[in-house]
Write a protein that binds this ligand. Structure first.
Ligand code: F58
Length: 826
């Protein structure tokens, strides 16, 4: 493991309070043209960012000098999503000047929390996959690795969610309406991207055949760089996001011919590419615009890499030593044929040479086993948008089937069909995951269990062919954002207990296990949790108007809304408790607040119905005086990174209840455990590894295993058996047919029941119901014993050092990327 010093005295940037104050004031005057008496919080926030940027840019320049000076191997992380959230607080912590800035601002009459909340979230991602990319670039910079993130500069990130009468309404997100202080436009690195058109076979002067693509359209890619400050400030890498523009905005020919309107329309079409992030989670949108987005950013990024490489090299013999490209899911796999095109068609390499390079450069991370999330593109659509790439894919496939598959399984046409990158059928489809496996030297899953399932279930024949290509890298989270910055109280306690180095070596927290039984430590730990809960209670009141008590169990489920994540199983538990309370208002249960946060894909009807259901059930329960406030249900609108940062430190119970075998890893599970919440969860994804770390007695595991789930489905699962055999379950499901929760709208929640009965309950909520209710009873029991709960919470927090994203990155470096660390500033 690379050791990066992060002791306060080792931070390279020392800026005293006075200097910071002066810098903020100077920027207020000279950058934003305002004065102290007139400036609002937005102006103060921007001036603060400019002051921070003076240090950031210095780090950026030094890092650039260092990395280009040694011409070193670097990783290029290609991802359609980077869910960065807000950057101000993080940059301050990573530079080691948070306290200095806070005190300076206080003296200027400004509150740092207020200023930080002026920053809109940079929500350029849907969920786990995008947030993982953000954690990874934080870790890469922290560890001093040469790295660049490449993605799209969406004008609108993930939609803003509002509730209207309990229904989700989507509103456009505008994260840079008033300018964004962190981004730097780099017009000197603009790239051109061809699209559409046709391919011709030509013969060169030497009689050699070559393919020439005559594109129907050219788009410009304009890069915007976001500096990525590593913890300790020793390295500042960049995230480079591409914005699409019309190639020649002032097309004089069209313009002069009276085509002003046509020229404008063309401009609008070009700009549409980076206009908006697709809000789908775990379902693919087989839309032309999405394929165009994928190609657009891969094409720009590869040209950028080649341009930089060619500055120092005359041929491509060192390309694979210098460059490794990680594909974040299949979304950027189009980069594989694109590199082939650039090397063969544009640089004149032989196919074999180019393929040998390409095979050493790419690696692919898979994030899902769900069949509906595995990308496939209609061959006809593909040919229309990228005619040359389809030819290249055919060639890759042809050589793979003839040279590799036929050798291993001679005369086996069925095997060829099975493994073909092109799926036969009507329509024929390009299987992007197969292209990924064939074109990459490594394919990895994101948690141990997931990686095993990839080998056994998703790609069994590829695994037989190339066992050495498959590997696991368990996900992680950055402890800088997900503990130090979001939970300053607990961070201070840990500083005192184990010293200040835990933000880079999270395993140091293990020492705290020794204090788990110490009543004094327990008291301090739980007092912090209580204060965090009080803070969240205020947020809840402000966002929902519902008053909740910090004495109650804060039971939280935050993640995208999806049937496999089973928010509706949680709902069934709520209904069960509510019904029991109505039958016996004196029932002795621990008070609980059920807290949700989730966005549903705009076209995902059932997911939206579940949001509506939870909102309506909450309204009824929260207003029902008979149950004396013993349970409350709140759904916080517009769940996003900055809201997660307020919720996670306040969690007592973390709901990780996906159907076993469906959640590749999960990362929210790690964030909660680190902040001292106990997990109630299935044996799925990284829950399995969390259990290994914290011990079986400190986690509430329930439900069928992945093997049991698949046997049950194979044997013919009938959810009605559970419905008819469990009167309590039957009663709460029948409740959904009534208008009890939706006065004057009988049956408004019936679709949820229908999906569980007529719909066959594909994610086995009813099969796991009883076991879930039992596990929840065990939670209730455990919470009664304050000392026991405190001990369990402390052990969780202290035992999850493995899930530091620095460890994930080091695993990638060791098994896939083979990089050397070069912190720029010592
Ligand atoms: C998530 N995938 C996994 N996809 O579901 C989760 O288990 C894992 O922890 C995480 O990746 C990180 O590895 C995920 O977030 C998406 O959001 C895609 C967006 C584009 C469309 C398809 C889903």
């Amino acid at each position: 493991m690379v050791q990066v010093s992060t002791a306060a005295e080792d931070f390279p940037f020392y800026l005293d309070k006075e200097a910071f104050k002066q810098s903020v004031q100077r920027h207020l005057h000279t950058t934003y043209g305002t004065v102290e008496s007139k400036a609002n919080s937005l102006a103060w926030w921007k001036a603060t960012c400019s002051a921070i940027n003076e240090l950031v840019f210095e780090g950026l320049t030094e890092t650039h000098k260092k990395h280009s000076g040694i011409d070193t191997r670097a990783v290029h992380y290609l991802s359609l999503e980077f869910l960065m959230g807000r950057l101000t607080r993080n940059n301050l912590y990573n530079l080691g000047i948070f306290e200095t800035a806070r005190d300076a601002l206080t003296e200027l009459g400004q509150d740092i929390d207020t200023l930080c909340s002026e920053e809109p979230d940079m929500a350029l991602g849907n969920g786990g996959l995008g947030r993982l990319a953000a954690c990874f670039i934080d870790s890469l910079a922290t560890l001093g690795y040469p790295a660049i993130g490449y993605g799209i500069h969406y004008e609108h990130g993930l939609f803003r969610q509002e509730f209207r009468d309990g229904h989700q309404i989507e509103r456009p997100d505008s994260w840079r309406d008033y300018g964004n202080p962190w981004e730097i436009c780099r017009p000197e690195s603009i790239q051109k991207v061809p699209l559409y058109g046709y391919v011709e076979t030509e013969f060169g002067p030497n009689g050699k055949m070559r393919k020439v693509w005559h594109p129907g359209e050219m788009i410009r890619g304009v890069p915007w760089d976001i500096p990525v400050v590593g913890f300790g400030g020793h390295t500042v890498n960049i995230l480079r996001l591409w914005e699409s523009r019309a190639d020649d905005y002032f097309d004089w020919d069209v313009f002069n011919a009276g085509g002003y309107v046509d020229a404008q329309a063309e401009k609008a079409r070009a700009e549409a590419i980076s206009k908006v992030l697709y809000p789908n989670d775990e379902t693919l949108a087989g839309k032309e615009l999405r394929l165009t987005q994928q190609y657009f950013f891969c094409c720009c990024s590869l040209q950028d890499m080649l341009r930089r490489y060619k500055r120092r090299h005359d041929d491509f013999s060192h390309f694979a030593e210098q460059i490794v490209i990680q594909l974040n899911d299949t979304h950027p796999t189009i980069a594989i044929p694109e590199l082939m095109r650039q090397l063969v068609d544009l640089e004149g390499l032989k196919w074999e040479e180019a393929w040998a390079i390409s095979q050493q450069v790419f690696a692919y991370t898979n994030h899902t086993l769900l069949p509906e999330a595995l990308e496939k593109w209609d061959v006809v659509l593909f040919e229309h948008v990228l005619p040359r790439h389809l030819e290249i894919i055919y060639e890759i496939n042809h050589r793979f089937l003839d040279e590799v598959v036929a050798k291993k399984w001679p005369n086996d046409d069925q095997m060829k069909q099975r493994l073909s990158i092109i799926e036969e059928g009507n329509p024929r489809m390009v299987r992007m995951a197969y292209l990924g496996v064939v074109g990459c030297f490594k394919t990895n899953g994101v948690a141990y269990m997931h990686s095993e399932l990839i080998k056994k279930e998703l790609f069994p024949y590829f695994y037989e062919l190339w066992p050495e290509r498959f590997t696991n890298v368990t996900n992680g989270i950055t402890p800088r954002r997900w503990l130090k910055a979001c939970n300053p109280r607990l961070s201070a306690l840990f500083d005192e207990a184990v010293g200040t180095h835990w933000p880079t070596d999270l395993t140091l927290l293990r020492q705290v296990v020794a204090k788990a039984d110490d009543p004094k430590f327990q008291k301090r730990f739980m007092a912090i949790k209580h204060q965090n809960k009080q803070d969240l209670a205020k947020v809840i009141l402000q966002l929902t108007g519902v008053e909740v008590s910090a004495e109650a169990i804060f039971d939280i489920q935050i993640k995208r809304l999806h049937e496999y994540k089973r928010q509706h199983l949680n709902m069934l538990h709520i209904l069960t408790l509510y019904r029991r309370l109505l039958q016996d208002p004196d029932l002795d249960i621990q008070p609980r607040v059920f807290i949700f946060g989730a966005k549903a894909a705009p076209g995902y009807k059932l997911a939206k119905d579940i949001i509506f259901g939870i909102n309506k059930i909450g309204e009824r329960i929260n207003a029902d005086e008979r149950i004396k406030g013993k349970i409350k249900v709140v759904f916080l609108p517009n769940y996003r990174v900055s809201l997660a940062e307020q919720m996670i430190p306040a969690g007592d119970l973390s709901e990780q209840i996906s159907t076993a075998g469906k959640e590749a890893s999960g990362t929210g599970n790690m964030k909660f455990a680190l902040n001292g919440a106990l997990t109630i969860g299935t044996m799925d994804g990284a829950n399995v590894e969390i259990r290994e770390e914290v011990g079986d007695e400190n986690i509430f595991i329930f439900g069928l295993s992945a093997d049991e789930v698949s046997s049950k489905l194979k044997a013919g699962y009938n959810s009605r058996d559970y419905y008819y055999n469990n009167p309590e379950l039957k009663a709460i499901l029948d409740w959904l047919d009534s208008d009890y929760f939706t006065p004057n709208q009988p049956g408004a929640l019936a679709s949820i029941k229908r999906s569980l009965l007529d719909g066959g309950d594909p994610f086995l909520c009813l099969a796991d119901y009883e076991s879930y209710i039992c596990a929840q009873q065990a939670v209730d029991q455990a919470y009664r014993d304050k000392a026991r709960w405190a001990k369990m919470a402390i052990i969780n927090s202290a035992s999850v050092g493995k899930f530091n994203s620095d460890r994930s990155i080091q695993d990638y470096v060791d098994t896939i990327w083979k990089l050397k660390s070069y912190p720029a500033i010592e």
